[in-house]
Write a protein that binds this ligand. Structure first.
Ligand code: MN
Length: 439
């Protein structure tokens, strides 16, 4: 478990003034990583966000102004993919974070050198932060599992394994794209309850899923499980994750082996990875509700009980085609919080590897849709529209049961605590387009 250190100090301010305004997602206490370039003539390279700027790590590597022992670390983080930097482990991640925190602080003697390495976030395009080696999606919100279970199986909403097993399935890494991504409405087999046979047609029930993405940094050898006490040492950081889903394809195909084409057509992640170290001030105790079984010993540790959960506030927003045409901003559909997750990040890593499965630098774990316990804290439109039976009405009068062509969904997330500076994840946006013609 990472401890608070000088990089979390709430009084720290940067000589990059936009980092100090109290509303930026990227104050000096955050320092998340992304891969970017300014134009197609440049190579993609690693960067660290500070206010509305990016420290260009390729320029920083060439400037060579940090301590000599950081040269291989900066060189790895400057590459077009972060996998090599992720594989270096916690001491490398922390030493670069500390050096950047000191160099970006108000009064730093490196201000002149570092200011030559700054690029405006307004001037760049992002790509996936690493090669996503594998992708596993979990199902950690008991509120989502119960709400969706009651739509799919009214008589048996929460299956008996839920409170014992962190439920997951192996997803598709190749269709994960960076924020700004648009994709055609998927085709698939649809069969309503009263239809005699299925038909191939565009999904009528395209949905978003409000999730956190968890990036593995250090892997484990095949056959060597990661103990829960070690699990967080293997996690590089977290991002926002929209796991687009076609509910009608899902309903017909999901038994007996789980989701397949209902999920594999698209997922979208935010460009910035917030490190686990930056999230330290927002940790919460992990506890089971009264009467629920305690996790098995391999899913339990003193530190997981003390601070395994995370207070990450989440929001879903929608901007329809009509709203875009009129220049109207996205409107909020719901808010939730990652603290409601039934399983912690450490438990997901320990469970994933307990059978000997090897995790690798650049693996992505989805948290599952993060719905909360209160009305309106739904992480999918399936839940907001009660399975498509009760359309939601937007402020401009448009209604939705599921997503329409041209709809853009935006997810945002941030952490706030009385004893720490607010940090954010930026946002992830993605757009549903019209379905392709059926050949
Ligand atoms: Mn999902």
């Amino acid at each position: 478990m990472l401890e608070l250190n000088e990089t979390h100090e709430p009084t720290l301010e940067s000589w990059v003034h936009s980092a100090n305004d109290g509303v930026s997602d990227f104050p000096i206490q955050n320092l998340p990583f992304a891969i970017f370039r300014r134009n197609p003539n440049e190579v993609f390279r690693g960067g660290v966000a500070i206010g509305d700027q990016i420290v260009d790590l390729l320029q920083l590597r060439n400037a060579d102004v940090l301590a000599a022992d950081l040269r291989p670390v900066v060189a790895a983080a400057a590459k077009p993919e972060l996998n090599e930097f992720m594989a270096m482990g916690g001491s490398a991640w922390s030493s670069l974070r500390l050096a950047l925190s000191r160099a970006l602080r108000a009064g730093s003697e490196l201000e002149h050198s570092l200011s030559a390495c700054l690029v405006s976030q307004a001037d760049v395009e992002y790509k996936l932060p690493c090669k996503i080696t594998d992708y596993t999606d979990f199902y950690t919100s008991i509120h989502h599992a119960t709400a969706v279970g009651s739509l799919f199986r009214p008589d048996n909403p929460l299956l008996p394994n839920y409170k014992w097993v962190p439920i997951g399935y192996h997803g598709r890494a190749s269709s994960i794209c960076i924020s700004g991504h648009s994709f055609p409405r998927p085709l698939g087999q649809l069969k309503g309850p009263d239809d005699e046979v299925p038909v191939l047609a565009p999904s009528k029930r395209v949905d978003y899923e409000l999730e956190m993405g968890i990036f593995i940094g250090l892997g484990n050898a095949l056959g060597s499980p990661i103990a829960i006490a070690e699990a967080e040492n293997h996690v590089f950081g977290m991002c926002l994750f929209n796991d687009w889903s076609a509910r009608d394809i899902q309903a017909w195909e999901y038994q007996p082996l789980g989701p397949f084409l209902a999920k594999s057509f698209a997922s979208t992640i935010s460009p910035w990875i917030v490190t686990l170290e930056a999230l330290t001030p927002y940790r919460l105790a992990f506890a089971r509700p009264e009467g629920d079984p305690q996790p098995l010993p391999y899913l339990s540790s003193e530190q997981n009980t003390r601070a395994g959960a995370m207070d990450i506030q989440l929001e879903v927003l929608l901007q329809t085609q009509n709203m875009k045409a009129k220049g109207e901003a996205p409107v909020s559909l719901s808010r939730s919080n990652f603290k409601y997750s039934y399983w912690t990040v450490a438990q997901l890593v320990a469970h994933h590897s307990v059978n000997g499965c090897n995790l690798q630098p650049g693996d992505l774990l989805g948290s599952g849709t993060q719905s909360g316990p209160e009305a309106g804290e739904f992480g999918s439109i399936l839940e907001l529209s009660h399975g498509g039976k009760q359309p939601i009405t937007l402020p401009n009068g448009e209604t939705r049961t599921f997503l329409s062509d041209g709809d853009t969904v935006v997810l945002r997330g941030f952490c706030a605590s009385p004893n720490a500076v607010r940090i954010g994840f930026g946002e992830v946006a993605g757009t549903v387009l019209a379905a392709p013609a059926i050949a």
